[in-house]
Design a protein around this ligand. Structure first.
Ligand code: FPP
Length: 241
């Protein structure tokens, strides 16, 4: 399968709840179910990497109560889902500036990220307090520090090497980026890693994003021609060779 990495901006929980005259948190709770089904679909299709945007560095400016509920939901989901995810072959990792979370939540994320399934099927990266610009600046700082410590030199810096300093490390670039909820924006999610991603903007609100809709997007992705700067004729010649 040429689809090695899917990234998703899970948008629309708040509107989904408001449509039902319920508090926004109700939408986030429903969103967790969609996270579960999305993971299952990835495992079923043999997609080895999934990165989910769960909380952006800008989300702290939401009403305090909503932020607090999201933190509780996040903690509860880690406690509740981790054992089952391990059984399914899912390895969880967290990307973002984790220092801003409570000690308890930081500890939990560390604990969960140390667990490895026996039969690895999916690397699940959960982006929390994450911003694409932060990721690039953080990588630049770490690279500069390695230069100062004599571990590397400026002349050795290549795109591949720089990639290793980013939060997803040497994992594959994003092939398919999906945003639910109808907005056509990247919202400071992965910036470097989506350089050649196919992008799908989906009107469905995240809690309604079911396995059928997700599988349809995967099928549409397979029909897109990815040229990486080459011509259509070149791609056909390479396929025929
Ligand atoms: C965006 O919808 C969604 C979020 C900011 C939170 C996403 C969190 C979850 C799906 C649940 C927890 C996740 C994990 C991985 C356990 P929005 O609130 O911006 O919706 P709106 O645009 O309709 O207001």
């Amino acid at each position: 399968m040429n689809l090695k990495h899917i990234a998703i901006i899970m948008d629309g929980n708040g509107r989904w709840a408001t449509q039902r005259k319920r508090p926004r948190t109700f939408g986030h709770q429903a969103g967790v179910k969609t996270v579960r089904s999305t993971i299952e679909t990835c495992v079923k299709h043999g997609i080895p990497n999934l990165t989910l945007f769960a909380f952006s560095s800008e989300n702290w400016s939401r009403p305090e109560k909503e932020v607090q509920r999201l933190m509780e939901l996040f903690m509860r989901s880690l406690n509740k889902e981790t054992a089952e995810l391990l059984k399914q072959g899912v390895k969880q990792s967290f990307i973002g500036d984790l220092n801003r979370f409570s000690e308890k939540l930081q500890h939990k994320m560390f604990e969960v990220s140390e667990l490895h399934p026996e039969d690895l099927k999916l690397n699940l990266n959960i982006a929390v307090n994450y911003g694409g610009k932060w990721d690039v600046v953080d990588a630049a700082k770490n690279f500069a520090s390695d230069v100062l410590n004599g571990k590397t030199s400026i002349d050795d810096l290549s795109e591949e090497q720089f990639n290793n300093y980013l939060s997803l490390g040497d994992g594959p670039m994003v092939d398919l980026l999906i945003r639910t909820g109808g907005e056509h924006r990247i919202s400071n999610f992965l910036l470097w890693q989506i350089a050649y991603a196919e992008i799908f903007f989906e009107d469905t609100l995240w809690p309604d994003f079911d396995a059928t809709t997700f599988s349809q997007i995967i099928n549409k992705f397979q029909q897109r021609e990815r040229r990486f700067g080459q011509t259509s004729e070149q791609i056909k010649e390479q396929k025929d060779a």
